[in-house]
Write a protein that binds this ligand. Sequence first.
Ligand code: AMP
Ligand code: MG
Length: 351
Amino acid sequence: MLILGIETSCDETAAAVVRDGREILSNVVVSQIDIFAEYGGVIPEVAARSHLEVVLPVIDKALTDAACSWDDIDAIAVTHAPGLLGSLLIGTLTARTLAVIHNKPLYAVHHLKSHVYANWLCGGDEQNDSNVPQFPLLALVVSGGHTQILYMPQHNRFEIIGTTHDDAVGECFDKVAKILGLPYPGGPSITKAALAGDQNRYKLPHPKVDGLDFSFSGLKTAVLRAVQKEVRVEISYPSHKLQDLLTPQQVADFAASFQKTAVDILCEKMRAALAEYPDVQSVAVAGGVSANTILREKMKDISSVPVCFPLASLSGDNGAMVAAACYYEIMSGVKPTDPYTLNIYPRIPIA
Ligand code: AMP
Ligand code: MG
């Protein structure tokens, strides 16, 4: 079964053709990172306009790269939730129109589900079953907008067992990078800066949050206070001017200390989750932050069950993961949606 996946929930316009939920025939991603690097974050209206300009060429390229015509496509999958309202509208309106014109079944897919299903996609010669997550599993979804632990007893069944009370961990990476004067997006810049840093130089607190929930806004504030203390200014000093007072070594040490703390917090909660759910057979990490190399290293040590990660190139937003999630929805008996009434839900949870 060939599925065309379309993704426009935030600042990537993406389309891909995937066979049977695993084999990527094409995967086209046009990122708006260069536009938003200048502003230090995503501007929703600009993102929507940018999607509008490139969405059709991106879909055309996905079909061309896969050497497919519309006749070969069995279904269209599109992200309808959660995300930026204008961005979701461009993707869904495009998918709805194409589904009607080409008479294809249309499936609306939840974005976090897609991130989890990036773990089922194979890359290059990795097309065997040995690295596919086994059920029941725990998924750690770590992205710019979400930080959740999900219990997944089988395909297409999700139970939220832990979630953040405030900021997402990716958002925290982005905000800390801003304090340190590192470019957007913060995750990769912090990892790069941390290479030259001492992760034990600054002691940052772990938030006290009950159960399997998270809180990351306190960690961001702790970095802010530690920077203010280090450069000896009052807490009322404008945060955007702090970067001018930091030496490159201090920036590297703050980046390394913050990254270590954020990763340790995620690993601690996953250890607790594994203790609470002793039946799990594997862990699947997903979302933009799953590209983090330190997280990848440390998560491998947290349990005896296999810990899976998507290929680093598939950890950010892409259309292939939407197509993969859709395939397993279809296999679980989900029926297509009506292209005339498909709606978007900017804030709806996965379960
Ligand atoms: P997503 O929301 O899934 O598109 O992922 C975007 C988020 O992932 C942003 O907040 C990025 O800062 C974060 N991110 C991307 N790469 C990394 C990385 N290597 N380490 C930590 N965070 C990252
Ligand atoms: Mg995402």
